[in-house]
Design a binder for this molecule. Sequence first.
Ligand code: 6LW
Length: 495
Amino acid sequence: MTDPILPGFYPDPSICRVGDDYYLATSSFEYFPGAPVFHSTDLLTWTQLGHAFDRESQLRLEPGGASGGIFAPTLRHHDDRFWLITTNASQARAGHMILTAEDPAGPWSDPVFTDELDGIDPDLTWDEDGACHLTWSCYQPGLNGIAQVPIDPVTGRSLGAPRLIWGGTGLAWPESPHLYHVEDWWYLLIAEGGTERGHCISVARARTIDGPFEGAPHNPIFSHRSMNSPVQNAGHGDLVRTADGDWAMVYLAARPSGITPGFHVNGRETFLAGIDWVDGWPVVRESRYDVPSIDTSFIDDFSTTDPSPRWISPGPPISSWTSRGPDRGIRLAAAPGDGPDRRLLAVRIRDAAWTAEAVVDTSTGTGRMVLRLDDHHWCAVVAGEDAVVAELSIRPGTLEIGRASRPGTEAITLWMRATVPAPVHNAPVGPDVLELGFTTAGAHVSLGSFDGRYLSTEVAGGFTGRVVGVSPDSGTVELRSFSYRGDREPIGVSE
Ligand code: 6LW
């Protein structure tokens, strides 16, 4: 299976079902709102409902904390409520965060914090007696591996001492534990090997939720390591029993491309597989589902009352520095000074080849279109008063890759596009070519292009993927409309 059900950086998926409805949440790191929540009735097509963290009283993120913030969540439904547990990796000593909601579209509660249970990837599971257990990837000395503690999920308080329940098969980083009660067994599904090319999924089982757990003789039960597949880094799975009684698994994977070692630019994405039970163990059926290609294109003129949940920011909440135009458009106010809280209104890149355009009015300020991996790996089309400049910033420098005078100061369309290059002399090159430019008064100006590998995770590191959007540099910039189209002819920037 090569197509994700959630393209773009939506990693660490967790899924649950209520009747015929499926719900899924992913990690979101330094971006706010955080922990996006999705809905589906067929596991194949998903609609974003919103985010579990959508107000500052729930979550304060460190500005510029690349790949910090909200790590892997677990989403469950119990006692007629939805439960989400996760870790703010920038404040991990505060404990894991438990949120609840009647409606997964929100509002979600303010978080309740657990005790300081050092580690990540917390899971909540209720046993046959209704007791709740927190199981997580523990870093505490003596408990290194998958640990578990009985917990009161309402208060967050531990109701016993943490215990190591499985150390995994011996591969690095046993993490992302999830538990399932199937017939007479409790199954513990984990990821191992690290979230890179060695990623895999292993399973163990026990007669009781707290073990002792015995690993499957054929672990890992799923991996793409050392395989010749366009889908790599496969791991971090969560199982769900389907409405018709079968089983499925969501998992994360990346789609690196280009010359070795391969570069993935859109982060780790969410994929879907089938699950069969054979001789008392889950077996992954990777190609069971025919995932439809997803139309990721949109044009947003900000005329709707509520902003689409697609918009995120790696800094302060969007509402704190934006305001809506009288009937359409959105005004972006630049941050005072040059603080780290880069104000960027952005969306995830979800395709290999794409075009994005921002129509901006800079009559009351200056601003830029930005493609960001993190604060040290980005490129921009900067609309100044009399010139438009294309920049590429790779720590520690920022390179000007093109400049043109700006005819007039009326609204201007800033654009970027990514194309997938053909191999040169049969040798693959970078994952894509990024071209930056602008269009104004009918003049279409390409400012320059560069090899997109420099804005890839293999170069920058981290857990996220590219986002594209608009950032105010000074004063107030009005974003009249933003359009994104995947894998088709560029919108309005044809030569
Ligand atoms: C996540 C861990 C992982 O918490 O990477 O894929 C970490 N696995 O389970 C960040 O995504």
